[in-house]
Design a protein around this ligand. Structure first.
Ligand code: SAH
Length: 251
């Protein structure tokens, strides 16, 4: 059996209880060493075999899983944040399906949630934005043309950019081709929830400069949108005059 597990964004106590339990029982752990906090591995048994997938190909990862399965062992495949975002889990799952090897998936706290927490921010502020665009800038790895950043920027929605903090000049230029202006609030969140977490508030017009000044090039999210500013409307849900399924409003 293979358990895909989200390790969370960094702080070792942000893994789920289920994820921690699976890690404790694992015979084999394959972790995404470029981003998973090694402190999370302290949960594994001392005799657990640990592999760092940052140094492995898909074929090598699968070979470890197949071998473990043949020996009746339990494998945990530990991904950073939540496995469902930029985790490359689908190709692993399809290969396991082909061999008839059972697996399951335990979610984790994605870094875009850890980054919002670090800033005390809400992506879905009433009167500002009710959508979050999770995307990345095309780099060495392509993005489908219909999803290029400039076109997604037309919505002016709250945006969390993964895998893009090394290309801030281009991020800034493409965002400005959309609905964002040089004054639109933005932030860089480096290593959200790690001990050396760093948050930098700036604007779309100063993103590249802020990255240069703070030396942020990787392991960071770029957050953009009015949700990082001051204006918003209060919620209907908690408005005294608004009736919900659970509470009668007073006129
Ligand atoms: N599955 C992960 C994302 C993996 S892609 C998740 O749900 O968070 C790797 C990218 O995620 C990095 O380039 C960076 O943009 C972002 N990232 C991962 N951990 C981060 C953290 N603690 N702080 C800020 N960004 C992080």
């Amino acid at each position: 059996m293979v358990h895909f597990v989200g390790a969370g964004p960094g702080a070792p106590d942000l893994i789920t209880l289920r994820g921690a339990e699976l890690l404790k029982t694992a015979d084999v752990v394959i972790y995404a060493g470029s981003l998973v906090n090694p402190a999370v591995l302290a949960l594994a048994r001392p005799d657990c075999a640990v592999y760092n997938s940052a140094e492995m190909t898909l074929e090598q990862v699968l070979a470890v899983m197949f071998q473990a399965e043949a020996e009746g062992k339990i494998t945990v495949r530990l991904h950073t944040g939540d496995p469902c975002l930029y985790g490359a889990i689908r190709e692993q799952m399809d290969a396991l399906d082909e061999k008839g090897i059972p697996y399951d998936d335990t979610p984790g706290v994605s870094s875009f949630c850890g980054a919002a927490a670090a800033l005390g921010a809400e992506y879905t502020l009433p009167g500002v934005s009710q959508s979050v665009i999770i995307t990345r800038l095309a780099g060495r790895t392509p993005v489908p043309e219909a999803e290029n950043l400039a076109s997604l920027a037309k919505h002016g929605a709250s945006m969390a950019l993964f895998l893009s903090s090394g290309m801030l000049e281009q991020v800034q230029a493409e965002l400005l081709q959309g609905a964002y202006t040089p004054d639109t609030p933005a932030a860089l969140v480096y290593k959200a929830t790690w001990p050396d977490e760093k948050t930098v508030r700036c604007t779309v017009g100063t993103l590249a400069e802020a990255g240069r000044r703070e030396g942020i090039r990787k392991t960071a999210l770029v957050l953009v949108g009015g949700f990082l500013g001051n204006g918003y409307e209060r919620s209907k849900l908690y408005d005294p005059s608004f009736t919900t399924e659970f509470r009668k409003g007073t006129p």
